[in-house]
Unconditional design. Structure first.
Length: 144
């Protein structure tokens, strides 16, 4: 009889440990998913705003306005670099590098006044960001 009690206590301990581990995983996933969603939405909104500004400059060659666009891109890149470090803990680096590559390409295209190509690069960047958000979402499709 004492052996049964000991085994029952061991099973309860194992169950409690499993519940704690499962809870930690779910809470960690919720936190990382919220941060990812916040980061993607923030950057996507900034890029959409930039897209509107670039769209209004097509056909123009105003250096002052071009400098403003370059400054906005630099601000967006700085914002991304700040978020990149935290995202790199749980998102594949090649996914994050794709965003960096697109931001770099976007910057160089704006500097050379190639606005239609810059908009294409900007759209690719937004697409990749949305892909990252969907890929790391906590749902049954991604779990299995």
């Amino acid at each position: 009889m004492p052996e049964k009690r000991e085994r029952c206590l061991e099973m309860k301990k194992e169950l409690i440990i499993c519940i704690i581990i499962f809870t930690a995983i779910v809470i960690g996933n919720i936190i990382t998913q919220n941060y990812t969603k916040q980061s993607v939405n923030n950057l996507s909104n900034e890029l959409e705003e930039l897209k509107e500004n670039i769209g209004g400059k097509i056909g123009e060659n105003n250096n002052k306005e071009n400098e403003e666009l370059i400054q906005k891109i630099n601000d967006i890149t700085k914002n991304w670099e700040e978020r990149h470090d935290k995202l790199a803990y749980y998102i594949e680096h090649n996914e994050l590098e794709k965003v960096e590559d697109n931001l770099t390409g976007l910057s160089s295209l704006v500097k050379t006044n190639e606005y239609p190509d810059a908009i294409k690069e900007l759209d690719k960047c937004v697409f990749i960001l949305k892909h990252i958000e969907e890929k790391y979402a906590f749902n049954l499709e991604n779990i299995f």
